[in-house]
Design a protein around this ligand. Structure first.
Ligand SMILES: *Cc1c(COP(=O)(O)O)cnc(C)c1O
Length: 444
């Protein structure tokens, strides 16, 4: 490559002429082996980058081979790296929400190849997509007559409002028209579905009569009940519960959509204020929407549970095809529901005394101080509910190196200290924290 630009017949050999040729680098045994995990474009890019560094004088031509081998060795198949979540925030949106249970991880792996997602192997005929996940949902939530799994909670809301209320109004309390993070406003989504948001009531108080009045004028497609999963209004407040709202909806021949967000299928004693799908359905909601990767503890998914007639209406809508769940999510969701308590619920139900013992023991190993620290549910519900617990306080200077280390350890910076909360750290990963902290404390 460089030959053409090298000065002809130069007396002093240009060092760049000693840069190993592309074909020689590509033929290195380690590079050959890397072809099992890296594509040709990536490998050639790594080779070119090392040659360019030598041309720029950053490394010598003799160092090019090592640079290629090093870069190939460090190159992960995907750039997302595993993180030890030492924040105490269970459903951490920036860290990928719910970590999957062991059976869910195995199911993902099994479904990664060809799989009978839409084929009945007994008869050889086409079958209903995701029948296993549907059956697991109905077993976990018998109050639902039918279930449909889509891409995520937002997609579920889009599908429900499009199928039930496009071109008409969705009656919705002003106190429940929420933004759920990163500027994502539920009302904007519903408007984009072609339904008109009809705000009723006020920020703090909405009454049954507000909904009834809206239903009288004949423009309405559905009533909406949204769980304000990330904030709470306190004081002089009133809202209309699902049961009463369902009564108003059905009196006017309308469906009630209940968006719970959090993903609890049944009541959870640690979060007594958190609504659950079973209660909402038993109270008369026609369709309940929850996310798969919040408190349910599964993969990203939007779960629609409801009456047979309503779910059939949604499943028939053309948009259902655009928002359908992929086979990996269906497999992981089923395994989450049929498996043992998933990591999210285990973290939620952590016994503070046990957490204290773990934290004290690890603090003794890495040399930090034990401090009280409340965990949080995070973006999945249970707004503002503190989960009493403990953390290890370390020097704040360690934070960047721990974050960028191997494995990456993400804690919380609070009052001039770095706190490591073990609530969401698997017990078998504690040694990895010791190694990570030792590595960053060592002067390099
Ligand atoms: C999280 C949430 C959603 C969106 O669900 P995603 O799975 O993140 O798309 C919708 N509604 C409520 C009330 C939520 O809490």
């Amino acid at each position: 490559m460089t030959q053409g630009s090298a000065p002809q017949g130069a007396e002093h050999e240009d060092p760049r002429r000693r840069i190993p040729r592309t074909d020689a680098l590509l033929a290195l045994p380690a590079v050959e082996r890397a072809r099992a995990s890296l594509g040709e474009t990536v490998i050639r890019g790594i080779v070119r980058a090392a040659q360019d560094r030598a041309r720029a004088g950053e490394i010598t031509p003799e160092q090019v081979e090592d640079a290629v081998l090093g870069a190939i060795g460090d190159h992960p198949a995907a750039s997302m790296r595993p993180v030890l979540n030492a924040t105490g925030v269970i459903v951490h949106t920036n860290l990928g929400r719910a970590p999957l249970s062991a059976p869910a991880r195995a199911a993902l792996q099994d479904a990664a190849g060809y799989t009978d997602v839409e084929l009945d192997l007994m008869t050889g005929a086409r079958s209903r997509r995701g029948a296993g996940a549907r059956a697991a949902l109905l077993a976990a939530c018998p109050a639902a007559e039918d279930a449909l799994v889509v891409n995520n909670g937002a997609a579920a809301l889009l599908l429900a409002t499009t199928a039930l209320a496009a071109g008409r109004e969705v009656v919705w309390s002003r106190g429940e028209i929420v933004e759920i993070g990163a500027g994502f406003r539920l009302a904007d989504l519903v408007s984009s579905a072609g339904a008109r948001v009809r705000e009723v009531g006020t920020t703090n108080r909405t009454h049954a009569a507000d909904y009834t009045a809206a239903c009288e004028d004949g423009q309405v497609g559905a009533l909406m009940k949204v769980h304000t999963s990330n904030y709470r209004i306190e004081g002089f407040t009133s809202e209309v519960g699902v049961a009463e709202l369902a009564g108003i909806a059905h009196e006017h021949g309308l469906p009630l959509i209940a968006d719970l967000g959090s993903g609890l299928l049944r009541p959870e004693s640690v979060l007594p204020g958190e609504p659950d799908a079973t209660a909402a359905l038993e109270s008369g909601a026609d369709v309940v929407i929850t996310s798969g990767d919040k408190l349910l503890g599964g993969p990203q998914a939007g779960i629609l549970l409801g009456t047979a007639a309503t779910i059939a209406r949604l499943a028939r809508h053309p948009l259902a095809r655009a928002v359908r769940a992929d086979k990996l999510a269906l497999a992981a969701l089923e395994a989450t529901l049929t498996g043992p308590v998933p990591p999210v619920l285990a973290a939620l139900r952590t016994d503070p005394a046990a957490l204290r013992r773990r934290t004290e023991a690890l603090a003794a190993r890495i040399g930090g101080e034990l401090v009280a620290h409340d965990g949080r549910v995070g973006g999945g519900g249970g707004a503002e509910v503190p989960l009493p617990g403990w953390a290890i306080a370390l020097e704040p200077e360690l934070a960047p190196a721990l974050r960028t280390g191997e494995p990456a350890v993400v804690g919380v910076l609070s009052q001039g200290r770095l706190l490591l909360d073990l609530r969401c750290v698997p017990e078998d990963q504690e040694d990895a924290i010791v190694v990570a902290v030792d590595a960053v404390r060592e002067p390099r």
